[in-house]
Design a binder for this molecule. Structure first.
Ligand code: ADP
Ligand code: MG
Ligand code: MG
Length: 249
């Protein structure tokens, strides 16, 4: 589904990704772990098409298509979706309106036409239930006055409504208490499907007790230095990243 080959990315003149290679197949959940500043967020931002990143070498393909040639909207329409590490507040825009317009923009781009309002309401209410969110969240401005945990739930709600082919989630566990993290993890697990892949960026192993990844990659200084299964995350929790960095050096 996603193939990243020898990716080099520069931000403001500094090389952040230094030859990163990664393959994600449909149906898989991959976790990217690594120390602060390793380039984890940069990787997902480049795949999603955020501004400010210069790809100097390498390729990214999604279902065989060159992602780096696609505009940010085309990437979303193709089914690539990145949740925000720091969700933005959008005063004056109701949450339900954002969900509806994002979903319908994708459907129209695929030639499916807008979803009829009753069907949309049924879909949203079902997903709200998964996220243990009250219907009043739909009428509030996007993320405005939401607590940290509510913003994360809202981010997963967006994913559940939009049903991307590749869902990228950056540090969805940061700042969550254990109960909120379980709700968020349940939401992510409900996204797991044969025709979908999930890329989780996380600094801590804790989340991976609840969302068990098929593969764990350790990203250090712009490169993936180690890949393993969920057991690797447990080793990192016990030993930290230092041992890994030394073994690479
Ligand atoms: P991680 O998510 O692994 O903590 P990031 O991808 O956020 O790491 O950042 C990697 C490095 O790139 C850091 O040194 C960071 O300061 C730098 N960086 C990221 N984004 C920017 C930016 N917009 N401007 C300048 N430096 C940036
Ligand atoms: Mg960071
Ligand atoms: Mg980050």
């Amino acid at each position: 589904m996603l193939q990243v080959k020898d990716l080099h990315v520069t931000v403001e003149g500094n090389e952040i990704l230094k030859g990163l290679t990664l393959t994600i197949n449909a149906g898989e959940v991959h976790a990217i772990m690594g120390p602060n500043g390793a380039g984890k967020s940069t990787l997902s931002a480049v795949i999603a098409g955020k501004d400010g990143y210069e790809v100097t070498q390498g390729t990214v393909t999604f279902e065989g298509k060159d992602v780096l040639e696609m505009e940010i909207e085309e990437r979303a329409q193709a089914g690539l979706l990145l949740g925000f590490q720091y969700p933005v507040e959008i005063p004056g825009v109701k949450n339900i309106y954002l969900l509806k317009s994002a979903l319908n923009a994708q459907r129209v781009a695929r030639g499916e036409g807008e979803m009829p309002a009753p069907e949309f309401m049924k879909l949203v209410k079902e997903k709200l239930g998964y996220m243990k969110m009250d219907a009043s969240f739909l009428q509030r401005a996007v993320n405005e006055g939401f607590s940290g945990g509510e913003k994360k739930r809202n981010e997963i709600l967006q994913m559940l409504v939009l049903q991307p082919k590749l869902a990228m989630l950056d540090e969805i566990d940061s700042g969550l208490d254990i109960d909120a993290m379980k709700v968020v993890a349940d939401g992510v697990n409900s996204l797991r499907a044969e025709d979908r892949a999930i890329l989780l960026v996380t600094h801590y192993q804790r989340l991976l007790d609840y969302i068990v990844p098929d593969q764990v990659h350790v990203l250090v200084d712009g490169r993936i230095v180690k890949t393993g299964d969920a057991e690797l995350a447990k080793q990192l929790e016990a030993n930290g990243y230092e041992g890994i960095e030394e073994s690479v050096a």
